[in-house]
Each structure stands twice: as C-alpha cells, then as structure tokens.
Design a protein around this ligand. Structure first.
Ligand code: NDP
Length: 497
C-alpha cells in the first residue's frame, strides 16, 4: 500500500462495544427547594415574589424554584455592589488576590459537587464538566489572582484603577466557566459585580454563592440576580459602570444600542460559525478527532464550535467516511453517565431551534447523516448530525445552530478555503489542519477570527485572550487583555467600548 493510500484508508474503528452504565452519584449535591437572590451576602426574596422552576434537561425533572429578579431587585444588588466597592477597591491587590486564590482552591475541593450539578442542570456530559469546565474555572481564578497585585506592571505608566460596578450577563452553555471568566478579572482589577446567570442554568452560580461564603468574600462584592431576559435587560438599565455580555448576537446588538451614549463600558462575546479547515496533507485521523471535538463537544452548544468543515476536495471522500465511522462510536445519553460523549440539549427551546435549522438543511438539498443511536424518551435530545452536499448559501452554512450539527463543504486551493471561511458575518474562531507550518501561518494571518487553532480545536487557557471580530463581538476575555476592560486608565483608553 502506498503512503497516501495508507493515510486515507478507513481505519477499523470498533463499533460493536456495549457499555455498562457508569452513573456518577448525584447525592453529593444538596439542592434547596427554593433559591432567593444573593444580594449583599444575604439571600433575599424577590420584591415581586415571582419564581420559576429550573429543570434537568435529561428528563425534565424539576430541580428547584428560583427567584425572578425584577428591576427593583437589580437596583438593590447594584446598590450593594456600589457600597462594597468602597472598601474592596481600596484593598491592596495582594489582599484581593488572597480571596481569589481561596475561591480557586475551594472550587478544586468542591469540584465533584459542582460538576455533578453542572451536568444535571445543563445537560452536558459529566466527563466534560469534571475534566474541562471545573478545572478551567479554577484555573481562571488562580490566574487572575496572580495579576491582582501586579496591575501597575501589566499596564506600565497608565495608572490602572477599577471602574466600579460591573454588570455581567452570561449564557447557559458553560454556566460556571462563564461565571469564572467574568468574575475573576473583574474582582482582580478591584471592581464589584452583579451577575445574572442564564434562566435555564442558574444552579451552579447559586451554589457558587456558598463558595463565596466559605472564602469569606466581603458581602456585596459579588451579587447574583437570577431571572430571564427581563432581568438581564434591567441590569443593562441599572446604574452600573460596565456591562460584560456573552450570548446571542441579536441580544448583544440590542444591548449595544441601549448603551450608546450612556458612558457605560461594554464588551460583547457573541455567536460564531467557525471554519475548521482540513488540507490534504493533514494527519486525517487526528483531524477527525479534532472535528468531532470541534462540533460535538458540549452538544455543539459552543460559540466557537467548528460548525463549518472545509475539506480539500482530494481527501473529502475518505475524510467524511472516517468521520461517519467515528460518529457511530459516540455515546449519546445520560449526562451523569461517565461513558457519555454527547449529553442532553439544554432546553426545549434550543432543541426546537436545532430541529428547525436541520429541517431547513434537508429542504434546501443537503444530504444528512446521523449514526444509529437510541435516544432517551424523556428529555431533550438530538443525535450527532453531519450534512454533506452543502452550498455556502444554505442556512445551515450561514446561521449559528448551536447544536451537534456539522456542515461539510469542500475547497481546492488555500485561497478558496480562505475566501469561503471568511464568508460569514461572524469571526470568533477557526481551525487549520495541515503538516505545513508555513501554511498555518499564512492562513492564521488571513482568517478573520479572534482565535485560530492549528492541528487542534476547542483548546482554552486562562492566559490566552479570547474574543471575536465582526458580529462575534468585541473585547477580549482571558490573559492580560481580559483585565483591560475592567480598568480605567490615565491617557488614551484602549479598552473596548
Ligand atoms: P441570549 O442571548 O438570549 O442569552 C444570553 C444571556 O442574556 C442570558 O442570560 C439571557 O437571559 C440574557 N438576556 C436575554 N435577553 C436579554 C436582554 N434583552 N437584555 C439583557 N440580557 C438578556 O441567548 P439564548 O439563550 O436565547 O440563545 C439563543 C441563541 O443565542 C442560541 O441558539 C445560540 O445560537 C446563541 N447563543 C450564543 C452564545 C455564545 O456564547 N455565543 C451563548 C448562548 C446562546 P435568559 O437566559 O434568561 O434568556
């Protein structure tokens, strides 16, 4: 067999495994029946008394009643944060760092409890919550703890100082990790915070309040207001100094319009439609692993998911064949089972959105493949899906699906790959698979994406800035760059918003 024939031959992937259930025990999590709002270090009932039920997406089991914060509650939280700012912002950086280190260590100590709750309330596989979300959340606190007393060195000759109160609005796809991305730099920089978790996934943020209590963080430095989009809108209106938002492009644009001319700072981390580009010299088996990780990780509920796969024409057939075989080994099912690769879809609303977009793909003429798998009867589920014969104009190639759905397109030359990859209103991330270092650099310089991964995908590190171009938003989270939007400076303001 020639080298090329060997590389493209379909490797014998064992598909006939049966796995015994390996459920993670959930009794480590003690849920309350009802949660109030965490304001000024206390649990308060919402003024209007409104609550909603939060569910487990795997079987729609009601988990707890959660408070719906109204505008008055949000104002109260901002007032508590404003008061706490007086002393928190004056603490020496080395003292703030001690609290952040403590939070990081407690996250590590309580990681199993938080991981189980994250999978229960959000639907993601326990092995992802356990091995990705929790370690990364702790790493963010560790990392920014290190900066808290070095701001003068991070921004020399610019006299960095905190902004005041930051309003932070986060989505449901990485509830605890997004909380860490938002809180750690804000607190390290000396700000206080009012944070709104997503409506469908409030529980790990509410358990995090107990982590704050254990860390003895002064009351009011972090306040949590749960609720739906109305609570988010109230936080945008409230007298905060900055809004940091992660979520849909549509809501991000509405917030930007609302804040124009108010003087409040803004960073937006919005949607994406990332290109994952495989050249004919790439190591195909590794690329297949990267493609699978790129789109089926967290059920595709990932803003930087590699949802558009561009394959060089000469290897399209064997690559798609290998991909389909690999997909047939993915285990879809109970998020709390340690064997599960693809868990539950986060909500009924998101499931319906995925179903609608997938139907548009077949209607427009793309060819669909889903490996045979038995989906649970209760709860929200969608099988891993790949579309071939996709044209650039199809909705599945243009719109963010935010589900386990991949569109495969082909190209012949690097120029064509680049042109097609950049043909999107988004610009959050991209992946390049090739053995040639020079080609990686050539592509990375020209791809209009905030993050470009080479021969890997979906890798995160607290030291590395993350953020978008175009309709994927502005401002960076992570790294030294992630501190900047939470600081005011003497001289020109280089931060976003
Ligand atoms: P949203 O943008 O609505 O949600 C993000 C956060 O903003 C949530 O906390 C949400 O609250 C809150 N919010 C909603 N409306 C407002 C408002 N008017 N003002 C302020 N805050 C608001 O995303 P969805 O959850 O509705 O998801 C819709 C689509 O967005 C997904 O299908 C996906 O394509 C995309 N998305 C992208 C994400 C990303 O990381 N880039 C993350 C999540 C979604 P609540 O949860 O209560 O609605």
């Amino acid at each position: 067999m020639t080298e090329v024939a060997k590389r493209t031959a379909v490797s014998p992937v064992p598909t006939g495994w049966t796995y015994a259930p390996a459920p993670e025990a959930r009794d480590i999590v003690e849920l309350r029946e009802r949660y109030g709002l965490f304001i000024g270090g206390d649990w308060l009932e919402p003024r209007e008394g409104e609550t909603f039920t939060t569910l487990a997406p795997r079987d729609e089991e009601p988990l707890a009643e959660v408070a719906q914060a109204g505008p008055e509650d949000v104002e109260l939280a901002v007032g508590a944060a404003r008061e706490a700012f007086q002393s928190w912002s004056r603490l020496p950086g080395s003292e703030r760092a001690k609290y952040l280190f403590r939070i990081a260590r407690i996250l590590q100590e309580r990681s199993r409890e938080l991981a189980v709750l994250e999978s229960l309330n959000g639907g993601k596989p326990i092995k992802e919550s356990r091995d990705v979300d929790l370690p990364l959340a702790a790493a963010h606190f560790f990392y920014y703890a290190g900066w808290a007393d070095k701001l003068e060195y991070a921004f020399p000759n610019r006299s960095p100082r905190p902004l005041g109160v930051a309003g932070q609005i986060i989505p449901w796809n990485f509830p605890l990790l997004m909380l860490a991305w938002k809180l750690a730099p804000a607190l390290a920089a000396g700000n206080t915070v009012v944070l709104k978790p997503a409506e469908t996934t409030p529980l790990t943020a509410l358990l995090f309040a107990d982590v704050l209590r254990q860390a003895e963080l002064p009351p009011g430095v972090v306040n949590l207001v749960t609720g739906d989009g109305r609570t988010g809108a109230a936080l945008v209106e409230a007298p905060v100094d900055k809004i940091a938002f992660t979520g849909s492009t549509e809501v991000g644009k509405a917030i930007q319009r609302r804040l124009a001319g108010t003087g409040k700072k803004l960073t937006l981390e919005l949607g994406g439609k990332a290109a994952n580009i495989v050249f004919d010299d790439a190591a195909l088996d590794q690329a297949v692993e990267g493609i699978v990780n790129g789109i089926y990780f967290n059920q595709g509920h990932v803003c930087c998911a590699g949802s558009r796969l561009f394959v060089q024409e000469s290897i399209a057939e064997p690559l798609v064949e290998k991909l389909k075989r690999r997909m047939s080994t993915l285990r879809v099912g109970d998020p709390l089972d340690k064997n599960t690769d693809v868990g539950a879809i986060n909500s009924r609303q998101q499931l319906e959105k995925i179903q609608e977009l997938v139907a548009s793909g077949t209607d427009e003429g793309a060819e669909i493949y889903q490996p045979p798998c038995r989906l649970p009867e209760k709860g929200y589920w969608f099988a891993p899906t790949v579309f071939t014969n996709v044209a650039q104009s199809y909705r599945i190639a243009q719109e963010e699906i935010f589900g386990p759905v991949l569109s495969v397109l082909t190209f012949r030359t690097p120029d064509e790959a680049l042109e097609k990859a950049n043909n999107t209103p988004y610009g959050l991330s991209a992946g390049v698979w090739t053995e040639k270092g020079s080609r990686i650099l050539w592509m990375a310089q020209r791809l209009r994406a905030g993050v470009v991964w080479a021969n890997t995908f979906n890798r995160f590190d607290p030291t590395s800035p993350f953020g978008g171009y175009k309709e994927s938003g502005f401002g960076r989270e992570g790294g030294r760059h992630g501190l900047e939007p939470y600081l005011a400076f003497d001289g020109p303001d280089l931060a976003g918003g």
